[in-house]
Design a binder for this molecule. Sequence first.
Ligand code: BYC
Length: 467
Amino acid sequence: MQLHEKIPNNVNLSQDKRLLRALEKWQPDYLKWWGEAGPSDFQANEIYLRTAISVDAKGWAHFDYVKMPDYKWGIFLTPPENDRRIGFGDFLGNPAWQEVPGEFRNALRRLIVTQGDTEPASVEQQRLLGHSCPSLYDLRNLFQINVEEGRHLWAMVYLLHAYFGRDGREEAEELLARHSGDKDKPRILTTFNEPCTDWLSFFMFTFFTDRDGKFQLLALAESSFDPLSRTTRFMLTEEAHHMFVGETGLSRVVKRTLEVMKELGTDDPARIRAHGAVDLQLLQKYLNFWCSSSLDLFGSEISSNSAANFANGLKGRPDESQYEDHVLRSSTFKMQTPSGPEDVPMLNALNEVMRESYIKDCEIGLKRWNRTIERAGHALRLTLPSSRFRRSIGAWAGQTVTPEGKAVAKEEYEKNLSQWIPSDADRAFVHSLMQRVVEPGKMAGWIAPPERGVNNLPVEYEYVKLH
Ligand code: BYC
């Protein structure tokens, strides 16, 4: 089969010989990377997967059994908008760009590479999870996410190959050469170097970190560089499922814990753990860890990069059209910094603006879980940690602040940290729960079954054929 037939696409690949040659060279390296750094084992198993085969309503979610290495990693852009105009920044109202303007080449490439780097990173982080899946349903969802992150890497590599010439090709190779957690060649952003080797972390990651993905993709979807905008718009259709897995996964953990609490008539964490479930205090620690790590992904509170990216029309705000002022040359933002409040030019505060909307979005999930906890008659409430807690990037980096947002002395912070984020013993306990369950319809004891299966199929459907 010709490469352009193997890659479903709506970018007229068969006619673009130069691009085809570049992708032909990259594709074997990608498959090698997938084999070495992608999901460990399961490559020969048939998995009930969703594949995007076109951008229309029917084609973007085609379900069938597929072996992962045979998955068709396609290249799709949402259809072009007639006479699309730039929606923000100093070039507001000008025609959107179909090519990369020379003066913004480096900055655009940097954004695309940073976005692209997270996709294979997450696959690497999740590499071992298949061995300890809580059900076949969950195993299938993990692999669905993995192949789609692979497709998102393709999406960024397409842009690099099609629009950035030789340096784009070099960057595409580098995307396969960096590895999550690697001492010498780590992934670019911190969170993507954190190990994610248990399913509680996986659900936290898909809830918190994939949600950063949603916000960043929404911001890039506003870009004046039209191919980037159209590529990220299509990626967002797939991203929604990843967050669904995180949100429902955590809801199912909460539900199971409440059942065990009721069964045992206790809220004693030790007894809940002894019964093989995740006590709510432990859930809160995992939440504190992944939320604080993901908050770093928005970059510094005060950022000249964010100002330049917006003013030059490279990266907007999510759903830019909801705002009145799209130029932001005359407004300021009151920023809380460790040395007190500061009036910061709005353009320089956009990372923080986006972080604040992200936090609001996260709160929706927490409200839902807390309602369930309240209905079960318990006083404990899950909370998001303060955005100043455990930060490594930006104004609050290195500040010793509690999850409630209170500044404390370094000794007190260090003494209490194991009460706020998972200790080694907590992680060891969670790992002890991670026993593989693969009988169709059966669930591990620490998680409740989902409310429904995939694509209207029953929960007990054989989503992965293991034999
Ligand atoms: N870790 O002014 P600053 C997803 C760097 S997730 C390490 O603070 P800026 C997904 C920054 O790169 C979405 N380094 O911030 C989710 C810069 O370095 P350079 C991923 C960091 O530039 C789950 C320097 O610090 N997409 O899709 O305004 C599964 C100073 O930068 C970090 C994107 O992020 C960090 N946390 O904004 C799969 C979109 N934060 O350039 C996928 C593309 C900052 O001086 N990226 N730095 O060498 C961007 O828009 C921006 O690069 C950032 C930072 C939002 C990351």
